[in-house]
Design a protein around this ligand. Sequence first.
Ligand code: SAH
Length: 212
Amino acid sequence: MNLESRKIRLVMELRSAGITDARVVAALETTPREEFVPETFRDRAYDNVALPIGHEQTISQPLVVARMTQALEPQWNARILEVGTGSGYHATVLARIFRRVYTIERHRRLLKAAEARLTALGITNVTTRAGDGTLGWPEAAPFQRIVVTAAAIDIPPVLTGQLAPGGIMVLPMGHAADQQRLMRVRRTDEGLETEDLGPIRFVPLVEGFPEP
Ligand code: SAH
């Protein structure tokens, strides 16, 4: 099967798994995932699985990217912060749906590779930074949306502090990989409202100085 037919199969899988937001489906359909995985995994770029990208990190499973993006209740006008750029795949998907994307990665080498991909794809509405994403991006805050693509132990208060009124943050939470939950946090007039959106599996969010 060639990549194009594999992509069609993936899009059908996303739809039957409850991805009903047309913008989300279109964003995944128009993002060439084969450009974000190592050469050896190119054939599997449209399999619905996470794949290794080096430094013990992974590019997220397409259904997980789609679920998280849909849970963000996309709005073109919104500015979004992503913590955990990784391969740059999810940032590229977000760039097709949100006006402006800010993304932070603690591994400089992963970030460099992600930046090169964004440039090659001609994406101009993503701003990148090497650093500890648990500190957020104070100069660009507040954000209408925040997505964390590594598992936190608790809801990071610094990040909710950078969420605009009415804003939404989506993040995987939990210690052990098999006990994580996808959480949605909403900033309302009454305070923070959290919802459990079901099980999920992610690499851990690591606090502290960036890796070289
Ligand atoms: N969104 C990525 C996948 C993320 S994997 C993609 O589409 O490919 C999780 C990423 O979070 C890893 O690259 C890891 O290095 C990064 N990470 C973990 N803790 C972090 C932190 N505190 N700040 C920034 N990035 C972090």
